[in-house]
Design a protein around this ligand. Structure first.
Ligand SMILES: Cc1cc2nc3c(=O)[nH]c(=O)nc-3n(C[C@H](O)[C@H](O)[C@H](O)COP(=O)(O)O)c2cc1C
Length: 232
């Protein structure tokens, strides 16, 4: 009888839990790796960000510089996607993309964006609120030239966020670009470039036991950073 019950339980799990009937409500864990105190953080959020980014890199997380960029379209519809952070310093957070892409078009209409660094393997996240500014053509070019040649060609071959008939069409455009730029340096396409997100607010989140998380919130007021704690 006991064996029969076990077999039925296994069948039930296999049939139902591999589909939509999966019980997600029991998937949870405690967050207790670290804590974050107002007195321990650096006065400047960019300096604090550098400390955390270094720790993420040292911890060996995949894609440590991956961040979610959220933008909003004219109708107020938010959208988001991952990009790679390519520079962070006192001036803000830099990424590169296609200027005809959805994100770039939305930024053109509304330069307010939100960034999210999802470092939950370390029970951390960082959220940045800020304004996007276009980099100079010189800055675009300097980074573009540092990219692997295939990535440069891919930038030329892809009209990002626009419909493409098939993968074959994409690959054939890529091959055409290979031929076009057989020799010499490849210049950056005029439809490709970088944005710097200049932060106005930054939140550092550290998971805490019993969901009593630490949230340290920086806000720029009159050109000075203030620090406060938010309830979890
Ligand atoms: C790990 C990762 C890194 C990415 N890095 C970039 C990037 O640096 N720049 C970029 O334009 N797209 C990057 N992408 C692709 C974007 O997520 C997205 O598909 C693309 O930019 C088009 O977005 P949009 O149509 O919302 O503008 C990355 C995707 C992943 C998963």
């Amino acid at each position: 009888m006991k064996t029969l019950i076990i077999i039925l339980a296994v069948i039930r799990r296999t049939v139902f839990n591999n589909g939509v009937d999966m019980d997600l409500s029991s998937l949870r864990r405690e967050y207790c790796l670290d804590n974050l105190n107002e007195n321990d953080v650096l006065p400047d959020p960019m300096a604090q960000f550098e400390v955390w980014l270094q720790q993420v890199i040292s911890a060996g997380l995949n894609d440590p510089t991956a961040m979610v960029v959220a933008t909003v379209d004219e109708a107020g519809q938010p959208s988001q996607r991952i990009v790679l952070l390519k520079q962070s310093d006192q001036d803000g957070f830099v990424f590169f993309t296609n200027l005809g892409s959805r994100k770039a078009q939305e930024i053109k209409q509304n330069s307010k964006v939100c960034l999210h660094f999802p470092w939950h393997s370390l029970e951390r996240q960082v959220i940045v609120y800020g304004e996007a500014q276009r980099l100079s053509l010189k800055q675009d070019m300097s980074y573009f030239l540092s990219r692997p040649k295939a990535s440069q060609l891919a930038a030329w071959a892809s009209h990002q966020s626009h419909p493409v008939k098939s993968r074959d069409v994409l690959m054939s455009t890529f091959e055409q670009m290979k031929n076009k730029f057989k020799t010499g340096d490849i210049s950056a396409p005029t439809f490709w470039g970088g944005f710097r997100i200049v932060p106005t607010k930054v939140e550092f989140w550290q998971g805490g036991e019993h969901r009593l998380h630490d949230r340290i919130f920086y806000q720029k007021i009159d050109n000075n950073w203030t620090i406060s704690r938010l309830a979890p």
